[in-house]
Ligand binder design. Structure first.
Ligand SMILES: NC(=O)c1cnc(OC2CCCC2)nc1N
Length: 326
């Protein structure tokens, strides 16, 4: 095959495979059997081996980086990654609502989101390309774990639009991956992980990206660091925009207009929690309007416009694991 046709064939295969991967990992709607995906990927690998200049950064063959790092470099978050204040019962949610209304008046909408029990991460894109991923760290200084985050199949390497922005989300390990990982660790007489959150943290701390790639991590994006001149006026619009760009967001979110509706949503999830394919440790409630968020501002560490309702700590997955393993 001459270079011209190899270049065309590689481009077509890269686009096709990236689309299949998006359907499967972001939309949870597989469009071709795994065997077919693997066959196309092998075909692309052969062409890229023959013509290395075709190995572009967004090629699906480049997800699992090459070399093992010697360490993780520190990075500064230009916009601090805040932590959430907690509420432990309905009354504390009503207190939060009262403080919000004292600040911005009675015309308030909230967005309720499942609080994914993983690790907060920051992803930076330039002209639509993924260029840096980092842990939250202490909120201002985190660690560069770009090569490990690249291995997460639902994380887009190239966005659907060539925009430059920073997004925040939660990297996590689905319950199924966690049980399989602990099963194999048990067989290898290695210490099992206590819960999916620790397993995700341990996986993202691996210096060899091939190990991170083997852990089947996932990510939900839940925020834009700075909406800039996008014209986005609310958090819910921001989440829709993230979806348009090709990011995976959590579809269980709900926008409501009263704290009573928030309490109803929260209580609904208490018993549905064990049915989820991933761990959650609560519900995050956010004021929807970005203007009202700015008006309420933040304390040194936490936003005044958001709160986490925490469920009682209960090792749901261990129960599931007991069933699976015994
Ligand atoms: N674990 C989660 O699912 C989650 C965590 N944090 C946030 O938002 C915080 C981030 C900074 C201010 C509000 N949203 C979430 N969904």
């Amino acid at each position: 095959m001459d270079f011209q046709s190899a270049e065309k064939k590689a481009k077509d295969l890269q686009n096709l495979l990236n689309q299949y991967s998006y359907d499967y990992h972001v939309l949870d709607q597989p469009t071709i059997p795994d065997a077919e995906y693997d066959r196309l990927l092998r075909e692309l690998l052969e062409i890229e081996e023959q013509f290395p200049e075709l190995q572009t950064a967004d090629s699906p063959t480049q997800r699992v980086g090459g070399e093992t790092l010697s360490m993780f470099h520190k990075v500064q978050h230009t916009i601090p990654m805040l932590s959430l204040g907690n509420a432990f019962d309905d009354q504390e949610l009503r207190d939060f609502d009262r403080r919000v209304r004292q600040g911005v008046g009675d015309n308030v909408s909230y967005v309720c989101e499942l609080k994914i029990d993983g690790l907060a991460v920051s992803l930076i894109y330039e002209d639509g390309m993924f260029v840096r991923g980092a842990t939250r760290g202490d909120g201002t200084t985190g660690e560069d774990i770009t090569s490990n985050l690249r291995t997460i199949r639902s994380l887009p390497i190239r966005l659907k639009k060539p925009v430059s922005l920073e997004v925040r989300g939660e990297a996590f390990m689905p319950k199924k991956s966690f049980i399989a990982l602990n099963k194999s660790r048990k067989e290898r007489e290695e210490e099992p992980f206590a819960n999916p959150r620790n397993a995700a943290a341990g996986s993202l701390r691996q210096l060899d990206p091939k190990i991170a790639a083997s852990r089947n991590l996932d990510v939900f994006l839940y925020g834009i660091a700075d909406v800039g001149d996008t014209g986005i006026r609310s958090h819910s619009e921001g989440l829709d925009y993230l979806e348009q760009l090709g990011f995976k967001t959590n579809k269980e979110r709900r926008k409501v207009d009263s704290i009573e509706a928030v309490i109803e949503y929260v209580n609904g999830w208490v018993e549905k929690r064990p049915d989820l394919p991933y761990d959650i440790d609560g519900i995050v409630i956010k004021v929807d309007s970005l203007d009202q968020q700015a008006e309420l501002g933040t304390t040194a560490k936490s936003p005044r416009w958001a709160i986490a309702y925490k469920f009682p700590a209960e090792e749901v997955v261990t129960t599931l694991m007991d069933i699976e393993l015994n």
